[in-house]
Design a protein around this ligand. Structure first.
Ligand code: TRP
Length: 458
């Protein structure tokens, strides 16, 4: 199927029906659990303001240039990431080994998805709870913390909801990404944005809004250490979906006349606003209800129910919120499946549905480890982390930035300048030079330095 799409490309029919379609799909990939679930809890674990400042710096200096780079490499290659990289290396007389970046990227996508779909399952479980609550029977009998703990303690419930989520994602990728995706992103993303604004409004009324603004934006530099910086870099990659060639896969279907720089800026802005709004919605609730901000991965699943319980029509808001969050997670999960699926389609004789079943099945098997990490295996620690935390830490904070570094070196030093400049033809010389300096020097050196600092070597 991807092969047909590639031929379509060549005959002039892009996969995305318009520039807007690509912006929606890429924003859909970027906005997800990373913004609403992960950003607030990782921010809290890393002390607030200073972390957010470094995170924003990473988005601007590393994120946007790399976002542009993945799109342009995809559009220049016009194939699945692995084959795009291979072709670009060939056309630039460079080693074919560079396509290995795509192989690793596809694997990292599976690693990230193996815990992502489990957390997405929590979201679905909450959708169910609030739906039951709405029809009148009390599903939410305990405190939010007890309710969340009970969910985590049950491997069967976790497995049920997460499998349901994964099955839907696999189904969509099997049918071809475009149709369901465009519609849901166009309609549901603005709704999610609106709902977040309502929650921020609720936070403003709670009297703890200013405290949250200070918490998020007043940098306390004494809280910074190598690990905090590494986490901020990792979160920037995770949130923008960078470093694993997912955006490159989407970039292959981008129309010729799309302005890559502007598009990257729009996607980054949309993604970052959702993360900041999520922070501004969640921390006032944490402070107003005297909750523990450093409660870790359960943060939104525990804090938001407190607010929903206190709000008028709270159950309705809750149902809408978790439904929209599940949709946001779903448009992201698709982008995590796409590179590995595209690879199998191109490399093997399997068709698209079989390929995505193989990838989805492997993800599911790996995901069982994450499911058990919240109960039976929770005490089984390596380097102080359980299986799920270890996969999350290594894939997000190490593999994504490492992938980004290699992509930057490839685009900045290996691919022929002509190919790159042609993709950025609509960019003026000054901006192009800025991009080039960022990609050749700033991104690789920054990522390398962060690794060295976090490893305690400097
Ligand atoms: N960015 C998504 C989120 O914030 C998750 C995601 C999608 C992702 N594709 C990715 C993370 C690729 C890392 C790499 O929820």
């Amino acid at each position: 199927m991807l092969k047909t799409q590639t031929t379509e490309q060549i005959s002039g029919h892009g996969m995305w029906s318009s520039k807007l379609a690509f912006i929606l799909a890429a924003t859909g990939a970027a906005v997800g659990l990373g913004n609403i679930w992960r950003f607030p809890y990782v921010t809290a674990e890393n002390g607030g303001g200073a972390f957010v400042l470094i995170y924003l710096g990473c988005i601007a200096l590393v994120g946007i240039p790399l976002l542009m780079t993945e799109i342009l490499l995809g559009r220049a290659g016009r194939h699945s990431p692995i084959n795009s990289l291979l072709q670009l290396a060939r056309r630039s007389n460079a080693s074919r080994t560079w396509s290995g970046v795509g192989v690793i990227g596809a694997l990292v996508g599976v690693l990230v998805l193996s815990f992502y779909f489990v957390v997405a399952g929590w979201t679905l479980a909450y959708v169910w709870t609030y739906a039951v609550e709405l029809v009148g029977s009390h599903a939410f009998q305990d405190t939010p913390q007890a309710h969340f703990d009970a969910l985590l303690a049950s491997p069967a419930r976790l497995l049920f909801w997460s499998s349901l989520f994964l099955a839907v994602s696999v189904g969509v990728v099997a049918m071809g990404v475009e149709k369901g995706l465009e519609g849901s992103v166009r309609l549901l993303m603005p709704l999610l944005f609106g709902l977040l604004l309502i929650m921020v409004g609720y936070g403003m009324a709670s009297g703890h809004f200013l405290q949250s603004v200070v918490y998020l934006f007043e940098p306390d530099f004494s809280a910074i250490n190598g690990n905090v910086i590494l986490q901020a870099v990792g979160q920037a990659f995770f949130s923008l979906s960078l470093g694993m060639t997912g955006i490159m896969a989407y970039g292959a279907y981008v129309p010729r006349d799309m302005h890559i720089g502007k598009t990257a800026a729009i996607i980054a802005l949309a993604d970052t606003s959702v993360a900041i709004l999520a922070g501004l919605a969640i921390f006032p609730i944490v402070f107003a209800f005297g909750l523990e901000s450093t409660g870790g991965q359960g943060l939104i699943f525990v804090t938001l129910p407190h607010a929903f319980a206190a709000m008028e029509f709270g159950n309705l808001y809750a149902l809408a919120f978790f439904t929209l969050l599940a949709v946001a997670a779903w448009t992201s999960a698709i982008s995590l499946l796409e590179p590995a699926t595209a690879y199998l389609v191109e490399r093997t004789s399997f068709n698209r549905p079989v390929s995505v079943l193989i990838i989805g099945g492997s993800t599911w098997l790996l995901g069982i480890g994450s499911v058990l990490s919240f109960n039976y295996w929770s005490e089984f620690l390596l380097w102080g982390k359980n299986f799920q935390e270890l996969i999350e830490y290594v894939s997000t904070n190490i593999m994504l930035p490492a992938g980004g570094l290699l992509i930057a070196v490839f685009a900045g030093w290996i691919v022929s300048r002509v190919i790159v400049r042609e993709q950025l033809a609509d960019m003026n010389d000054d901006l192009y030079r800025v991009w080039r300096v960022l990609i050749r020097f700033v991104v690789p050196i920054a990522v390398l330095l962060v690794f060295l600092v976090a490893a305690g070597l400097i």
